[in-house]
Design a protein around this ligand. Structure first.
Ligand SMILES: NC(=O)c1ccc[n+]([C@@H]2O[C@H](COP(=O)([O-])OP(=O)(O)OC[C@H]3O[C@@H](n4cnc5c(N)ncnc54)[C@H](O)[C@@H]3O)[C@@H](O)[C@H]2O)c1
Length: 318
């Protein structure tokens, strides 16, 4: 099998690529290695992937139309489009990059899917599409027409674009709404990383909505298990969307306590109001994912956090 993974140098793309390569699947990794966060972390992830002979790296933007010519004589079975400009807060100040990477990028990758006649097009959506929905848990059956950040609006757009391509060109599309993913090699702009770093450096951590937040923190290995599960779906359909979340929301302050306990240090906390664009609670209904590809997240925060902290201390040589 040959698979294109975009965002291969990113957190989820790296872990996904690594699992595929360990299963002797050829991976064409695409990433522009942009500087949204520390590029050396992206390069370190890539260095691991490059050890595999079946890994081929292309440094390009996914919205770059010249990608098509690179794959002219190649056979590719599946595209997994994980490259995107992530982050809710960044989208308030840098709107255009979200349109380029997330919207134009999705169109360009679907055009490539069309050209390559792939069996499946899997792409990353986000729990943020649920916006201010109050009904818990968030189910894929709910309407998601009220995004409260541009990031969420672009993710909802990727779903609409996939719906249209699947219908017009009979490309089987699968959208995955990820819920706050954490774990080794995680993103420096996300809570687990920031809290760990600041606590270790004796700096205050900012806690929004005065800590009255709940997040469905999902461990990276469970996410990868979900992505691999989707590859095996045999059912015939044009387009389906699934939640990939732990389905066990954590109260933010209790999540911080787990980090404190594992670091054996106390956090200095600055309690602040909720940030524009943020939602106060996320909680995934994963019944559809369970039914169609047996998705069953196994990692509790009490197991996942120490794994993240061990990686952090090891990587930063602390
Ligand atoms: N991590 C989470 O908790 C989470 C939650 C919901 C959704 N998602 C989505 O999952 C996907 C992967 O997220 P992640 O956490 O691994 O993020 P990440 O930022 O670590 O990975 C994304 C990678 O894509 C690359 N990239 C960005 N724009 C690009 C472009 N235009 N062309 C080529 N490469 C580009 C970046 O350099 C990066 O390496 C994203 O689509 C994100 O929106 C992630």
């Amino acid at each position: 099998m040959k698979i294109i993974v975009t965002g291969a140098a990113g957190f989820i793309g790296f872990h996904t690529s690594l699992s595929l390569l360990k299963r002797q699947i050829t991976v064409y990794g695409i990433d522009d290695l942009n500087s949204y966060y520390d590029v050396s972390l992206k390069k370190s992830r890539l260095a691991i992937l490059k050890k595999f002979k079946d890994f081929f790296f292309i440094k390009k933007k996914i919205e770059d139309k010249s990608l098509a010519s690179l794959f002219k004589r190649k056979k590719v079975d599946v595209i997994i489009n994980l490259a995107a400009q992530a982050g809710v807060r960044h989208s308030l100040k840098n709107p255009y990059v979200y349109i380029d990477s997330n919207v134009l990028g999705q169109v360009n990758m679907l055009e490539l899917a069309k050209q390559l006649k792939v069996q499946k097009f899997i792409y990353a959506s986000s729990s943020s599409v649920y916006g201010g929905n109050k009904e818990m848990p968030f189910s894929v059956k709910q309407r998601v027409d009220n995004p409260i950040s541009l990031y969420a609006a672009t993710k909802k757009s990727t779903e609409l674009i996939a719906e249209c391509y699947s219908h017009l060109f009979k490309i089987q599309c699968v959208g995955l709404r990820f819920f706050t993913v954490y774990g080794p090699w995680g993103r420096p702009d996300m809570a687990t990383f920031i809290f760990t770093k600041n606590i270790l450096e004796n700096k205050a951590i900012q806690i929004f909505n005065y800590g009255k937040m709940k997040r469905d923190f999902t461990y990276i290995d469970d996410i990868v298990q979900g992505v691999l599960g989707v590859l095996k779906i045999k059912k015939k359909f044009c387009h389906k969307i699934y939640n990939l979340g732990n389905s066990h929301p954590e109260v933010l302050l209790e999540f911080i306590e787990v980090i404190e306990k594992n670091l054996n240090l106390k956090a200095k906390k600055t309690l602040l109001p909720i940030q524009p664009g943020d939602v106060s609670e996320t909680f995934a209904d994963i019944s559809e994912s369970k039914k169609d590809f047996n998705f069953s997240p196994k990692t509790k925060v009490s197991t996942g956090i120490p794994k993240f902290i061990n990686w952090y201390k090891d990587y930063y040589k602390l």
